[in-house]
Design a protein around this ligand. Structure first.
Ligand code: BEZ
Length: 160
């Protein structure tokens, strides 16, 4: 069942890349006490994600923060090495926090999974954008496979 507005985000362990290697971070710690724009996507380095989705949030980071967002999180069912490398490649700096949901614990608990087994990608995340305020989901938008309309940074900005 897909997570709904008004529900708390799942309590799971995620990972992020640091200068000392991958580091676990609990979703509770990641979202506690903050207003977070989190977007999820099918995979690091994949075409729409690399050409549009992540760059849009990097470009609009300041505008989102002006509208009250404290942190922007990019979440994907990839490992922390891949998410770290993708963040470097896309020059996210400290504008976007790259979060690895390598075992899909968050994605499955939120009901946001996308089965791309037939395409050789295994279980991944749907393309989504959420605003989470102090661990509670305030908005959730999902783009059906092959579309990119509702989950962009620009779309989120118009709704904030
Ligand atoms: C996408 O960017 O939408 C995508 C990437 C890989 C597999 C499926 C979709």
């Amino acid at each position: 069942m897909t997570i709904k507005v008004g529900e708390k985000i799942p309590s799971v362990t995620l990972h992020t890349m640091t200068k000392d290697g991958p580091k676990p971070i609990s979703s509770d710690d990641l979202f506690r006490g903050k207003k977070v724009a989190v977007f999820g996507l099918p995979g690091a380095f994949t075409p729409t994600c690399s050409a549009k989705h992540l760059p849009g949030f990097v470009k609009k980071a300041a505008a989102l923060k002006k509208k009250g967002i404290d942190e922007i999180v990019c979440l994907s069912v990839n490992d922390a090495f891949v998410m770290g490398a993708w963040g470097k490649d896309q020059k996210v700096g400290n504008k976007v926090t790259m979060i690895a949901d390598g075992s899909a614990d968050f994605t499955k608990a939120a009901g946001l999974e996308l089965d791309l087994t037939a395409r050789g990608l295994g279980l991944r995340s749907q393309r989504f954008a959420m605003v989470v305020d102090k661990v509670v989901v305030k908005s959730l938008d999902i783009d059906p496979a092959g579309t990119f309309e509702k989950t962009s940074a620009e779309a989120m900005l118009t709704r904030l």
